[in-house]
Design a protein. Structure first.
Length: 329
C-alpha cells in the first residue's frame, strides 16, 4: 500500500511537471507537454487505476494551488482523466466460461480460465472520444460561437505571421491564415488523437518490459473498430457541412474517427503483407512515406474503412492460413 502511494505521488509529480513545462516556451517543452499522460498511464497499467487516480488528483491540486483552478481543470480533463480511464480499460477483462467437466469424473481443470480482454478497437474509440473532448474544450476557451472562435484564431495567427507593409503581402498572408483557420480544428484533433494513442502504446510497452503488465501483449494486426464507428463517422462527416459551431465540432469528431480508421488501415497493411518476402522493407517504406508527406495517411484511412465494409483481413486469412488440424479417430 505504501509502495503504491509512493508510485502515485511520483507519477503525479512527473506528469504535473511535464504539463507545466509548456509555460517555459522552450521547444522541448512541447514534447513534454504531449507526453504528460505517460507517467500516470504507466502507474495505472502497472499498479492499478487507483494509483493513477491518486496521482492525478494530487497533481491537479498542486497545479491549482500554483497556477489557479483553470490550469488544474485543464490538467484533470486532458491528462489525468484519460490516463486513469484508458489504463483501467487496458486491464479490463472477464474470464471466459468454458464447459466444465462433469462432476465425479476425476478430471481437474487444466488451469485458470482464459481471459477475454477489452478489445483494442474499443480502446481506440475511447481514445478518439477523449481527443475530441479535449480539442473541443480547448476551442471553447476561445469563444462560445463559431465566429468568435474563428476570429480569435485568425487574430492569433496574424500576430504570429510576420506581415509586411505592402497590400499584396497582407492579402497573401490573410489567405494563408484563413486556410489554417479552416483546418485548425481537424489538425488539432488529429494531433491529440495521435499523441494520446502514442502515450497508451508507450505506457503499455514500458509496463510490459518491466514485467508488471497483467495483460498479455495483444496482436495489433487484429485491431478492428466497432461497427457503429462507421455510422458515427458518416454522421459526423455529414454534419461538417452544416456550418456554425456544430460544423466545427463535427470536424473534430471526424478527424478523430478518421485517425482511428487510419490505425486500422495500418493493421490491414501488417496483415496482408504476411506472405511477402521483403515484408519489413515494404512496411518501413510505407511508414516513412506517411511520416515524410503526411497526406498519404488518407490512403490508410480508405484502407481501414474499406476493410470495415468488405472484411479484407478476414478474407485474406481464410485464403492464406492453413486449415485447422482434424483429430484422428
Amino acid at each position: 500500500m505504501i509502495m503504491n502511494l509512493l508510485i502515485a505521488v511520483a507519477a503525479g509529480c512527473a506528469s504535473a511537471l511535464m504539463f507545466a513545462s509548456i509555460i517555459s516556451g522552450a521547444l522541448v517543452s512541447l514534447l513534454l507537454f504531449y507526453l504528460a499522460p505517460l507517467p500516470l498511464m504507466v502507474a495505472a497499467m502497472g499498479w492499478g487505476p487507483t494509483c493513477a487516480a491518486i496521482g492525478g488528483a494530487l497533481a491537479g491540486a498542486v497545479l491549482g494551488a500554483m497556477f489557479g483552478p483553470p490550469y488544474s481543470a485543464a490538467f484533470v480533463l486532458t491528462v489525468a482523466l484519460p490516463a486513469w480511464w484508458l489504463g483501467h480499460l487496458v486491464l479490463l477483462g472477464r474470464p471466459v466460461t468454458a464447459d466444465a467437466p462433469p462432476q465425479g469424473t476425476g478430471v481437474a481443470p487444466a488451469g485458470p480460465p482464459p481471459v477475454d480482454w477489452y478489445p483494442l478497437g474499443r480502446i481506440l474509440m475511447w481514445i478518439a472520444c477523449f481527443a475530441a473532448l479535449t480539442t473541443t474544450a480547448a476551442l471553447l476557451t476561445l469563444g462560445s460561437d463559431a465566429s468568435t472562435i474563428t476570429d480569435t484564431l485568425r487574430h492569433g495567427l496574424l500576430r504570429i505571421v510576420n506581415v509586411q507593409d505592402d497590400a499584396a503581402s497582407r492579402d497573401q498572408a490573410s489567405e494563408v491564415v484563413d486556410a489554417f483557420v479552416a483546418i485548425a480544428p481537424a489538425a488539432a484533433a488529429t494531433i491529440a488523437m495521435t499523441t494520446l494513442t502514442l502515450n497508451v502504446w508507450l505506457a503499455a510497452k514500458v509496463t510490459a518490459t518491466s514485467g508488471r503488465l497483467r495483460r498479455p501483449w495483444p496482436d495489433m494486426k487484429t485491431t478492428t473498430l466497432p461497427p457503429m464507428a462507421l455510422v458515427a463517422t458518416a454522421v459526423a462527416l455529414a454534419l461538417c457541412f452544416t456550418g456554425g459551431l456544430p460544423a466545427i465540432m463535427a470536424k473534430i469528431v471526424t478527424a478523430c474517427l478518421m485517425m482511428a480508421y487510419a490505425l486500422a488501415g495500418f493493421a490491414v497493411l501488417h496483415t496482408i503483407t504476411l506472405t511477402l518476402r521483403n515484408r519489413g522493407l515494404w512496411i518501413a517504406s510505407v511508414y516513412a512515406v506517411v511520416l515524410m508527406f503526411i497526406w498519404p495517411v488518407i490512403a490508410m484511412v480508405g484502407i481501414g474503412i474499406a476493410d470495415a465494409i468488405f472484411g479484407f483481413r478476414q478474407r485474406y486469412l481464410q485464403r492464406h492460413m492453413p486449415p485447422p488440424l482434424t483429430p484422428k479417430s
